[in-house]
Design a protein around this ligand. Structure first.
Ligand code: TYD
Length: 138
């Protein structure tokens, strides 16, 4: 998949409490190599202002809410995550930031790659150049 997409997850409703899950290849378009989570975010803070050259991710708001803003170098789209039964698929080469975290929010992120500092693009101008070439970067 080359486009960001909200993926709805199964929700097993039970009076003892609900249960959701994801696995590859049924819900996820990639096999998971790494899982991390972001928590205890102070009010007003922003995370993840960068893109990845190769890594794909899937982000779920396990608790609380936050926004994931994706920029393809030309336009920006905001995805508000606030339920644990859906998540956002983020393809490689999308600039992303996470913001507007609610108190006690918990962001679960799964990736198809092990951690690799060399996969990060942390300069937005460099990202636009790599994504679109010089003629389209504005
Ligand atoms: P970073 O990805 O920059 O955080 P965010 O995108 O949420 O702002 O990671 C912050 C620090 O944590 C950075 O020094 C790298 C380290 N880190 C790991 O060692 N392993 C990981 O899986 C992740 C995601 C980060």
């Amino acid at each position: 998949m080359n486009w960001p997409e909200i993926i709805n997850l199964p929700k097993i409703i039970d009076k003892r409490g609900n249960l959701s899950f994801f696995e590859h290849p049924k819900q996820l378009p990639f096999a998971i190599a790494r899982t991390y989570w972001i928590y205890d975010v102070p009010g007003g803070e922003m995370r993840g202002s960068h893109a990845f050259k190769e890594q794909q991710e899937f982000i779920v708001a396990l608790s609380g809410s936050f926004d994931v803003v994706l920029n393809d170098g030309i336009k920006e789209e905001k995805f508000s995550l606030n339920r644990s039964y859906y998540g956002l698929y983020v393809p490689k080469m999308y600039w992303r930031r996470m913001e507007n975290f609610s108190t006690n929010s918990l962001a679960l992120v799964v990736s198809d790659k092990k951690f690799d500092a060399g996969d990060y693009i942390r300069d937005f101008e460099e990202f636009k150049k790599l994504k679109h070439g010089t003629q389209n970067s504005f």
